[in-house]
Design a protein around this ligand. Structure first.
Ligand SMILES: Nc1ncnc2c1ncn2[C@@H]1O[C@H](COP(=O)(O)OP(=O)(O)OP(=O)(O)O)[C@@H](O)[C@H]1O
Ligand SMILES: O=P(O)(O)OC[C@H]1O[C@H](OP(=O)(O)OP(=O)(O)O)[C@H](O)[C@@H]1O
Ligand SMILES: [Mg+2]
Length: 283
């Protein structure tokens, strides 16, 4: 049985459970459940703190886990990224009171930095030869650290930037890291049995979100031009129609391109252009 660690709380928890549900796995109904066997799919879920997941995976007590790239790197555990999952995207940034108008990470020299990710911050500054006077490790609500006088600068997760603005802080310097949810596995050792199936299922969910199925009819003489507009992933399906002068085409199209592609096809002379969502897929 593949042992899979899943975040029990926080920003990662709900979207991770939703993705696993879409991939056909059982998910818990009660947030107090800590372990959930799914014998039909030959896996077992362990609901753990997101920050601890890479530690358990690195120690080999669970086979794989879902966590954030930032949490993985800050854990220094023997786990590594196996698959990007595309949700819980964030950037990790330095910020300071807007009035101070700091511009660059080099200005952190001699200043105190508060963060929940001390390993990431220490490594980033060390690489650039910047020596802060202190790195203050906090569990959360890092934005308040400056007002309370324990730090001059913070390094924190930024999604929309609302929290920083509300605290009167402004981002400065380059992003320290771009993060998203990732599937992690142990860095060394054999690939755990069943990881290939989990990976394909999760990739299937991502592809189903990312692509739509587009069907349209097009005059035979225009099929080549139409197919160049919708090349699909491998090759589009072209089928004959009862009216022999026309053909039907079916291809996968990036969801974000849907309307642009429909406009282009219509201008070319395609008609009856239909778009359907993909429920699940294996490529
Ligand atoms: N708006 C956000 N706030 C916090 N973390 C976010 C956000 N958006 C994405 N993330 C990602 O979620 C992970 C952090 O999850 P975690 O559960 O530790 O923090 P949290 O959502 O702030 O929960 P908590 O309230 O327990 O601190 C990181 O990988 C982070 O990059
Ligand atoms: O850029 P934003 O969209 O505002 O989101 C980012 C903020 O959200 C999180 O805090 P959370 O509310 O989880 O509180 P915490 O600091 O106690 O973790 C995170 O730590 C940032 O502070
Ligand atoms: Mg938080």
């Amino acid at each position: 049985m593949l042992r899979i660690a899943v975040p029990n709380k926080g920003s990662l928890s709900e979207p991770a459970a939703e993705m696993l549900r879409e991939a056909g796995y059982r998910q818990r109904r009660d947030s107090r459940e800590l372990v959930l066997p799914d014998p039909d799919n030959d896996v077992e879920f362990f609901f753990l703190r997101p920050r601890d997941i890479a530690v358990y995976v690195g120690a080999g007590t669970v086979d794989v886990g879902i966590t954030g790239r930032d949490l993985l790197l800050d854990s220094e555990s023997a786990a590594s990224e196996h698959l990007r999952l595309g949700f819980a995207r964030s950037t990790f940034r330095f910020a300071a009171p807007a009035a101070q108008d700091l511009q660059d990470a080099s200005e952190i020299a001699g200043r105190r930095v508060a963060t929940s990710y001390p390993v990431l911050v220490r490594a980033y500054l060390a690489e650039r030869g910047v020596a802060p006077s202190e790195i203050v490790r906090l569990d959360g609500a890092v934005e308040t650290a400056i007002r309370l006088g324990v730090a001059d600068v913070i390094a924190d997760v930024v999604e929309t930037g609302t929290t920083l603005r509300a605290a009167g802080l402004a981002i400065f310097g380059e992003p320290i890291l771009r993060s998203e949810a990732v599937l992690v596995r142990r860095s060394d050792g054999d690939e755990p049995a069943g990881l290939d199936v989990l990976t394909r299922r999760l990739q299937g969910v991502m592809t189903a979100h990312e692509y739509v199925l587009m069907d349209y009819d097009v005059p035979l003489a225009l099929v080549d031009e139409a197919v160049a507009i919708t090349p699909g992933l491998e090759s589009p399906t072209v089928s004959p129609l009862h009216n022999r002068e026309w053909a039907a085409v079916r291809a996968m199209v990036r969801r974000s391109d849907t309307n642009r592609v429909m406009d282009t096809l219509y201008d070319l002379g395609a008609r009856a252009i239909l778009v359907t969502s993909i429920h699940a897929c294996r490529l």
